[in-house]
Design a protein around this ligand. Structure first.
Ligand SMILES: Cc1ncc(COP(=O)(O)O)c(C=O)c1O
Length: 387
């Protein structure tokens, strides 16, 4: 039978407790005061600790209003690719807003972070004169982009600056690019940005940072890595703390022109919704102005660390992501189910998303959680994991 492997692969996922399924959220952010991230699944309500809405901005009245304004002014659809008639005034304003926010000359919008990463690596990896140096824990879209290009790809152990220095020293490539996430998606820890920047300068390499999990959350005014270092190219998705959808690449003038001319994901794809772009401008305004949202994440994360039993293997971080390492897939699923019974939605993250033996609960602390949510979460985790 054709494509026999499909059934085999699915059976293998099942047998390894790695089978993935979706759950349908019937309603979310049902609390109109925005003081608790509630979701309803199969008629039952849960406190959501698995969302990437780090700043609690999803469903914010001002962003919703801007979305409606955007629909009225430009329509919901871009209706064309950027280079035909898809590029609207709303996109231009959003690009300018991001450039000013991150202090970068130029910016381009993409329909997703996945496609922005694919675009970037494919556009820079035209031939084997380019070499990419990626942190081992880089996101799937960075790896897929890099490996689908014609560049030489090297991976260094997570945050291992010494190994990266050795790889760079050995390389005689004319075009070197160091690539890392700013905050790592599954551990929540930060890249060693200053070291990466110093190495890039010493080896005449470019530095690329994917700020999917740091934008909005890290740095003054939430600029992510750009608060600490100057990157050559920065990327972030709008789908997490910014609470809309799409992504950007921020870079210099020449790179901008090059991407417009050669990035296939940019050229051959419909422009993002102009209404969404308009809403995203509003979201960024709120993110810049409302430092209390970032302070709250730190405050609640400190509270969780303080309340959790010390025997629990928590990777403490300065971001929203606080990972609790469980180990085996089955055990992680079991703990996740027990927490669901107690009213907390905490997805189990398993291989291949994380390394074998490091299945975990990826707890995300958001600005719209409250201290009581954290206390109840900690009580229940202590019962389940240390009781
Ligand atoms: C580090 C990282 N980069 C890129 C992406 C992709 O972004 P998007 O969800 O907009 O495709 C994600 C999201 O899952 C991510 O975690």
């Amino acid at each position: 039978m054709a494509f026999d492997f499909i059934n085999d692969k699915l059976a293998q996922q099942q047998s390894q407790s790695r089978y993935r399924q979706r759950v349908c959220i019937q309603q979310s952010n049902i609390d109109s005061t925005h003081t608790e991230p509630l979701i309803i699944i199969d008629g039952k309500s849960y406190i959501n600790f698995s969302s990437n809405d780090y700043l609690g901005l999803n469903n914010h009245a001002d962003i919703n209003k801007a979305m409606q304004e955007g629909v009225d002014k430009f329509g919901l659809s871009g209706s064309s690719s950027n280079l035909v008639t898809g590029f609207h005034y709303a996109h231009q304003v959003l690009e300018e807003t991001i450039c000013q926010w991150l202090n970068k000359p130029k910016c381009l919008l993409f329909s997703s972070g996945f496609s922005a990463n694919m675009a970037l690596f494919q556009a820079l990896g035209q031939n084997s004169a380019s070499s990419f140096f990626l942190d081992k824990l880089s996101h799937a879209s960075m790896l897929d982009g890099a490996f689908s290009s014609k560049a030489i790809v090297k991976r260094f152990a997570h945050n291992d600056i010494k190994q990266l220095a050795t790889l760079l020293a050995k390389s005689d490539s004319a075009n070197k690019l160091i690539a890392s996430e700013g905050v790592f998606s599954m551990d929540g820890d930060q890249a060693k940005l200053l070291d990466l920047s110093t190495l890039a300068q010493a080896h005449d390499a470019w530095l690329y940072v994917d700020d999917a999990h740091s934008i909005g959350v890290i740095g003054e005014q939430g600029q992510g890595s750009s608060s600490f270092i100057e990157t050559d190219i920065s990327m972030a998705t709008f789908g997490k703390a910014i609470a809309t959808s799409g992504a950007f690449l921020a870079c210099d003038n020449t790179m901008h022109d090059y991407l417009i001319n050669f990035a296939r994901h940019y050229i051959y794809s419909t422009a993002i919704s102009p209404a969404l772009a308009w809403a995203t401008v509003k979201s960024i305004e709120l993110i810049k102005a409302q430092q209390w949202r970032r302070d709250k994440i730190i405050e609640l994360s400190d509270l969780l660390t303080h309340l959790l039993d010390p025997s629990i293997n928590l990777i403490r971080s300065q971001s929203s992501i606080q990972a609790i390492i469980i180990g085996e897939e089955k055990q992680a699923l079991k703990v996740s189910e027990q927490m669901k019974d107690a009213g907390f939605w905490l997805s189990a993250i398993r291989p291949p998303t994380v390394a074998v033996g490091s299945s975990r609960l990826r707890v995300t602390i958001c600005s719209n959680h409250n201290a009581n949510n954290i206390k109840e979460l900690a009580d229940n985790l202590n019962k389940v994991l240390a009781g």
